[in-house]
Design a protein around this ligand. Structure first.
Ligand code: PLP
Length: 432
C-alpha cells in the first residue's frame, strides 16, 4: 500500500517509509491511496473470528507485502495481549473499555503496534541505524510509548513531559522503565514540550545527524491499529440488527478517525459522536461551518486539551472534503468540568459505573444524541482506567479504587529524568 501526503506536496511513499518518517516531507499527514471494504461475509460472520484474525483482516491491506503475513500476525498477537470488553451501563448504552492494557489507556494499542513495526523494519535493513522516537506528552502518550517500545531493538525513545503537570502515576510510567527509554522533564507546559519536539524535527543539522521519528497519532502505525477495537465491539453486540453509534471522547481526533476507517472497511456504524471539553473546535465547526483552531484550555479531561486537532484533516479526507457528508456522519457536543463531574456522579449513583472524566464526556455526548435518535444503540469509549485520573474523579471515588497490578508494578520504582528548560539542551542531549 502506498500513502500520499494530505498537503499533496510530497511524493507518495510506502508503508515503511511513512512509518519511519511520521510526517511527510511537506509536513502533511499521510493517508492511504485506497481503502478496499472487507467482504460482507466476513462482517456478517465476525463472531467466528478471533480478535487476532479480525485485526489481521482489518490491517493487512494497509501494510501490503511490506511485512510478511507470518510476521504481521506475530506483531498483532504481541500488540493485542489484553481484553476489550463491552460493558452495559444504561438503557441502550454500553462502555467499550479500552484500558485493560499495560498502561491502562487505549494508546497502548497504537504504541505497541507501531513499536513492533519499527522494530521489524529496523531488523531488515542492511545497515541498521537506530531510530530515535521523540515524543511530547501531556500524560497518557508517554506511558504508552515507554511501555510499548521498551526493549525494542534499534529504537531509542526520548519522552518530554511538563514538570509537575502529569499525574504521579503517569510520571512513574514514563520515568522508571530504563533500557531504551529516557525521560526529559521540561520546565514549562505541554505546549513548550511540543514546540521543542517540532523544532527538533525541523532542525536539519539534527535530522542529518540522526534518524528521528514521532510516535503521535499522526504516525499511520499508531493511528490505523486503533480501528481494531471498533470491530471487537461490534463482534460483542448481542443485537446486531439495531443501528450502532459510537461516541468517542476526542482530543487529537486520531481515535475517532480510526473508527471512521473501520466504517470505510464496511463495519456497519450508523453514526459517530464526538464529546469534548472546553476545547471545542470540532463541535463548533459542525454547528457553524467555521473551523477555528484555538490555543488549548486546561480542563480535568486533560488528554483532550487540544486546541488544533492534528487528525481532523484526515477526517475531512474520509468525507471527501464535503461538509454535509461529514455532518451526516458526525455529531459533536462539548461539556464543562462541572458537567463532567456531575456525569461521573450520575454514572456512579444511577448506573453503578465508575468512569473517569474522558469516558464521562463520551457518555454525556451519547446521551445527548440519543435524546433525538431513539432507534439506535450506542457505545461510548472509556479511554483510560479511572486510576490514571485519581485527582479528578467524582469526590470520594478515588479512595475506593483498587490499584491494578500493572500500576503497582511501577509505583515504587525510582524516577529517572533529566531536567531541561530550553531547546539547546534538548539538542545537546540528543547529540550526546
Ligand atoms: C489520548 C486520549 C484521548 C484523546 O484521543 P485522541 O485520539 O487524541 O482524540 C482521550 N482520552 C484519553 C484518556 C486519552 O489518553
Amino acid at each position: 500500500m502506498n500513502y500520499f501526503s494530505l498537503y499533496k506536496k510530497a511524493p507518495n511513499t510506502t508503508f515503511e517509509d511513512a512509518v519511519v518518517r511520521g510526517l511527510a516531507p511537506d509536513k502533511g499527514l499521510y493517508f492511504p491511496e485506497s481503502i478496499t471494504p472487507l467482504s460482507k461475509d466476513f462482517i456478517e460472520n465476525i463472531e467466528n473470528y478471533s480478535n487476532h484474525e479480525i485485526a489481521y483482516e482489518a490491517i493487512r491491506q494497509f501494510v501490503g507485502d511490506e511485512i510478511p503475513e507470518k510476521e504481521l500476525k506475530h506483531i498483532i498477537e504481541d500488540t493485542l495481549c489484553f481484553e476489550f470488553p463491552v460493558v452495559p451501563v444504561d438503557t441502550d448504552i454500553s462502555s467499550l473499555e479500552l484500558y485493560h492494557g499495560p498502561t491502562m489507556a487505549f494508546k497502548d494499542v497504537g504504541a505497541r503496534f507501531m513499536a513492533r513495526c519499527l522494530g521489524y523494519f529496523n531488523n531488515q535493513t542492511k545497515n541498521p541505524q537506530d531510530v530515535t522516537v521523540l515524543v511530547a506528552t501531556s500524560g497518557d502518550t508517554g506511558g504508552a510509548v515507554a511501555s510499548g517500545f521498551l526493549g525494542v531493538k534499534g529504537v531509542d525513545v526520548v519522552i518530554l513531559y511538563p514538570s509537575g503537570k502529569v499525574s504521579d502515576i503517569q510520571e512513574k510510567q514514563l520515568t522508571t522503565l530504563g533500557q531504551n527509554i529516557r525521560a526529559l522533564e521540561v520546565e514549562g507546559t505541554f505546549d513548550d514540550c511540543q514546540a521543542m519536539v517540532k523544532k527538533a524535527f525541523l532542525d536539519a543539522e539534527l535530522t542529518d545527524y540522526m534518524k528521528l521519528t514521532s510516535a503521535n497519532s499522526i504516525n499511520i502505525a499508531r493511528w490505523l491499529p486503533q480501528m481494531f477495537y471498533f470491530f471487537f465491539a461490534y463482534k460483542q453486540l448481542k443485537n446486531k440488527s439495531k443501528k450502532l453509534v459510537f461516541s468517542v471522547p476526542s482530543g487529537n481526533y486520531g481515535n475517532i478517525c480510526a473508527g471512521m476507517m473501520a466504517q470505510k472497511l464496511g463495519l456497519p456504524i450508523h453514526h459517530f459522536i464526538t464529546g469534548t471539553n472546553e476545547n471545542k473546535v470540532v463541535p463548533s465547526y459542525l454547528k457553524t461551518g467555521n473551523y477555528e483552531p484555538k490555543p488549548s484550555v486546561q480542563t480535568i479531561s486533560n488528554a483532550m486539551d487540544v486546541g488544533a486537532p492534528s487528525n481532523f484533516i484526515r477526517i475531512e479526507e474520509i468525507h471527501n472534503g464535503n461538509f454535509e457528508e461529514l455532518k451526516n456522519n458526525l455529531s459533536g457536543y462539548h461539556y464543562s468540568d462541572e458537567e463532567t463531574t456531575a456525569a461521573m456522579g450520575h454514572l456512579l449513583k444511577s448506573c453503578n459505573y465508575i468512569a473517569e472524566p474522558h469516558g464521562a464526556i463520551g457518555y454525556l455526548a451519547l446521551k445527548n444524541y440519543l435524546k433525538t435518535n431513539n432507534d439506535v444503540q450506542g457505545i461510548f469509549l472509556e479511554t483510560a482506567h479511572p486510576v490514571k485520573f485519581l485527582d479528578v474523579l467524582y469526590p470520594g471515588v478515588a479512595e475506593t479504587i483498587e490499584i491494578p497490578p500493572q500500576i503497582k508494578a511501577v509505583i515504587d520504582l525510582e524516577k529517572v529524568a533529566t531536567q531541561i528548560s530550553e531547546y539547546d539542551e534538548l539538542k545537546g542531549y540528543l547529540k550526546a
